[in-house]
Design a protein around this ligand. Structure first.
Ligand code: CA
Length: 250
């Protein structure tokens, strides 16, 4: 099982072959409270992403062997990690390069040289854009509102009663809407990888969460079961009852 959390810190993967830049970025990111892993090799970067599930990737375009653009494409093709935000770095500054970088699937693009503080600002901006939960006290998704300070949840204004575990589970899913998580990933992220819990436990809590969210028995199910993959929180405009398709992510 891949270890997923670094003491709750936001995990940054730096993919850069210039050692001096890695050292500078690592020092500054760690000072700001990020956990940092790094590699100078594109192939290894793809493996590290699968293994460590970083929260964000800082990816240099020019790498020996596989280029940053190729790394970016490979990550975007992999359903398990494709939503990981990527900031592409480049020594090039042409508008065409910028567009190619963003077209390959990067969320942002920075031209070297840049200051570490500028990169950190960009990282925070990407998170604000795609994971507003990191900077806000309330999470909202498709009628569900989570008050993280008051530890309360509502759906369409109706109270949803959740145990602390189901609250954490829902919070995690709402922080990454649309993203499919395996039961192993949910265990690592919600329960913590140092605790031994059976995979079936996740199914039990998902079932309870669905029940709690369906406060009057008439609500569309927003927790999708993805066969052989896991669970995802998704908009359900046609009101399909996902849980009737397949009960559990086996
Ligand atoms: Ca380079």
């Amino acid at each position: 099982m891949a270890t997923n959390k670094s003491d709750g810190k936001t995990k940054v993967l730096i993919v850069e072959d210039e050692v001096a830049i890695v050292t500078l970025l690592r020092y500054n990111l760690e000072k700001e409270g990020f956990a940092v892993i790094a590699t100078g090799n594109g192939e290894e970067a793809v493996e590290l992403v699968k293994e460590h599930r970083p929260d964000i990737i800082v990816l240099d375009w020019m790498l020996p062997g596989m280029t940053g653009v190729e790394v970016c494409k490979q990550i975007r093709w992999d359903n398990n990690v494709k939503n990981t935000p990527i900031i592409m770095l480049s020594a090039r500054g042409e508008e065409g390069d910028r567009i190619r970088g963003l077209d390959s699937g990067a969320d942002d693009y920075m031209v070297k040289p840049f200051s570490p503080s500028e990169l950190i600002s960009r990282i925070r901006a990407v998170f604000r854009r795609i994971r507003p939960s990191l900077s806000e006290k309330t999470l909202e998704f498709s009628g569900i509102v989570m008050d993280l300070t008051g530890h309360k949840a509502t759906r369409d204004g109706n109270d949803v009663h959740l145990s602390p575990t189901e609250f954490s589970l829902l919070k995690y899913l709402m922080e990454h809407p649309g993203r499919v998580f395996s039961r192993e990933q949910l265990l690592d992220s919600v329960w913590g990888h140092d605790i031994y819990v059976e995979l079936r436990t996740v199914d039990v809590h998902i079932r309870r969460l669905r029940k709690a969210l369906n406060y009057d028995g008439k609500q569309p199910d927003l927790v999708r079961t993805v066969r052989s993959a896991g669970y995802a929180l998704e908009e359900n405009p046609d009101g399909a009852n996902y849980k009737n398709d397949e009960a559990e992510a086996e």
